[in-house]
Design a protein around this ligand. Structure first.
Ligand code: FPP
Length: 236
């Protein structure tokens, strides 16, 4: 089934947006939207795995999301912690889990789980599940630039050896395929500091569906839209 799927082998980025609006429409607290959003995250991850997606990258929490009210940030972090516990259950599957972003301000217990999950799944050959938490594309590029600068200063990297591959090796997504398409839900049409380097040639797919309402059929529709695009990579 996976080999025949239109999604087989694809790398997909997802900006999960619209949780707050979904809750507001129902007269619920914003956190209810995040809770339903976390369920959708689980379901779409399982589906992507089943249909042979090569890599899926979720924007769970941006570097800028700390500016939200404290109770909302706490609720998102609680949900992230619950999600980490569920990820241990993926142990029986062949997924490799990678966390993108600066994890140092996260709760120590979460950091421990993240390190353990990443370590335990690092040699797996199935779908790569990337979760961006306290992630920003600019921050990721700054981090790569600083690493390169210190290696040049230490004499371990020649200035002439700084090329695109040298930058890619210092991104959180090192060694991974670039996203074929990036999907954003909820009708917003922005990249919002997500995968800035990696998205250079990604198709952008937008849907009005709010993330908590997003279904497997909506994922299929996004793949169909991507398949209908003509990718030229700057050629003709
Ligand atoms: C965007 O909707 C969503 C977020 C900023 C948080 C996403 C978090 C989760 C789905 C749950 C926890 C994470 C995982 C990995 C399970 P919004 O709040 O910006 O919605 P709005 O634009 O309608 O206000």
């Amino acid at each position: 089934m996976a080999e025949n799927s239109a999604a087989a082998g694809l790398s997909v980025g997802i900006i999960m947006d619209g949780n707050g609006r979904w809750a507001k429409k129902r007269g619920l607290p914003r956190t209810a939207g995040h809770k339903k959003g976390a369920d959708v995250f689980d379901d779409i991850t399982r589906y992507a795995n089943e249909i042979g997606v090569r890599a899926i990258t979720y924007y769970a929490f941006s570097s800028e999301n700390w500016s939200r009210p404290k109770d909302e940030v706490d609720a998102i972090m609680d949900l992230f912690g619950q999600s980490l516990k569920r990820l241990y259950k993926y142990r029986g599957e062949n997924n490799r889990v990678v966390f993108l972003g600066d994890r140092t301000p996260l709760r120590p217990a979460h950091q421990d789980m993240m390190n353990e999950i990443e370590h335990d799944t690092s040699t797996r050959t199935g779908m790569i599940l990337n979760i961006a938490v306290n992630y920003g594309g600019r921050q990721e590029l700054l981090r790569a630039a600083r690493q390169i600068a210190s290696e040049v200063a230490a004499g371990t990297l020649a200035e002439t050896a700084i090329d695109e591959a040298a930058i890619e090796e210092r991104l959180y997504t090192k060694g991974q395929p670039m996203p074929d398409f990036i999907l954003r839900t909820s009708g917003e049409q922005r990249i919002s500091n997500f995968l800035l380097w990696q998205s250079a040639y990604s198709e952008l797919v937008f849907t009005d569906v709010l993330w908590p309402d997003f279904t497997r059929n909506d994922f299929d529709a996004a793949v169909r839209e991507f398949r209908g695009r003509d990718r030229r990579y700057g050629g003709v």
